[in-house]
Design a protein around this ligand. Structure first.
Ligand SMILES: *[C@@H]1O[C@H](CO)[C@@H](O)[C@H](O)[C@H]1NC(C)=O
Ligand SMILES: *[C@@H]1O[C@H](CO)[C@@H](O)[C@H](O)[C@H]1NC(C)=O
Ligand SMILES: *[C@@H]1O[C@H](CO)[C@@H](O)[C@H](O)[C@H]1NC(C)=O
Length: 281
């Protein structure tokens, strides 16, 4: 009886060990990480190093920084600018900082990307919709053009494209005048853009993945993971410490850093999802 028990314990132990080995994530070797994006990806202005942008819209690290740390990349280059639109311009001005401007800027200094880079494209578009675009046509065209221009210069490596984050439930939208109309309009435009993005990247004939067999091309939906991360958090108002009865734990209970942008906790979960996806076989 006793030996049977020991055998049982041992076989359970080895069975667990075996599943662990079989499910061990593939190592993802990250040489150079290159990020393009808008307010969601901007990590602020660094005194030195290869980070561009205007400011950090977060109470801690943003997702590119978490990804860089998790994958232990050799180099980290972040071109994201707050307010960037999907084309050349910004929410506040037209001349620069948009995703296509970032790409052109980057490509003019890097004619061919042959060092097996990890390029993560947060496409932009949400800010175009805040700026008044009433349909997704222009944003979708911009994204398509952007992807085409990047893949033309990448001869190896990994291209990760993130879906647009649905901000239609953010405190900023909830607080807006006619918030229900705005919420519905934004939700519709973002999901329509994501549907088209799926087509652009994964279409079996003309999709980015099909047309670039020598690249690893991934499309990652960040909405499911962001929604799950926010589920147990307060989403109605951003965190503030301007409160007479604040308790120390409160900072961990808020989904938003400001009216539009998620807190670092949500960024962490987005980064984990990206890394998990890259480590899949
Ligand atoms: C894409 O690249 C071409 C050729 O380098 C350039 O002329 C064009 O302006 C780029 N398009 C965008 C949208 O950046
Ligand atoms: C989308 O909006 C643009 C102007 O913003 C307009 O010219 C175009 O006709 C619209 N397209 C559709 C399909 O409604
Ligand atoms: C979220 O936080 C605000 C401000 O602290 C508070 O007034 C509100 O009741 C909270 N909402 C939920 C659903 O807990």
């Amino acid at each position: 009886m006793r030996s049977l028990l020991i055998v049982l314990i041992f076989s359970t132990f080895f069975a667990t060990l075996e599943t662990r080995i079989l499910h061990r994530p593939r190592d993802f070797r990250c040489g150079r990480l290159i990020v393009f994006g808008d307010s969601l990806s901007d990590d602020g202005v660094e005194a030195e190093g290869e980070s561009h942008g205007f400011l950090r819209n977060c109470n801690g690290k943003v997702w590119p920084e978490y990804v860089n740390a998790m994958l232990e990349c050799d180099r980290y280059v972040n071109y994201a600018y707050s307010g960037a639109k999907s084309g050349i311009g910004n929410f506040y001005f037209d001349s620069f900082s948009g995703i296509q401007w970032q790409i052109n800027q980057f490509l003019s200094n890097n004619k061919f990307l042959s060092d097996d880079p990890l390029v993560i494209l947060q496409t932009g578009g949400t800010i175009d919709f805040f700026g008044g675009d009433t349909n997704s046509t222009e944003v979708v065209e911009n994204i398509q053009q952007t992807i085409q221009n990047i893949t033309q210069t990448m001869s190896s490596g990994t291209l990760v494209i993130l879906s647009l984050l649905d901000v239609s439930n953010s405190p900023g939208v909830q607080a807006a005048e006619d918030s229900e109309i705005l919420q519905e309009r934004l939700g519709h435009l973002i999901s329509e853009t994501n549907r088209q993005l799926h087509h652009i990247v994964l279409d079996s004939d003309l999709g980015t993945r099909r047309l670039n067999p020598f690249l690893r091309v991934r499309l990652i939906d960040i909405n499911t993971v962001a929604l799950a991360a926010m589920q147990s958090l307060n989403t109605t108002e951003p965190f503030t410490h301007h409160s007479p009865d604040l308790i120390p734990q409160a900072i961990y209970k808020y989904a938003y850093h400001d009216l539009w942008n998620p807190s670092t906790i949500v960024h962490y979960h987005i980064a984990k999802e990206i890394v998990r996806n890259l480590q899949q076989f």
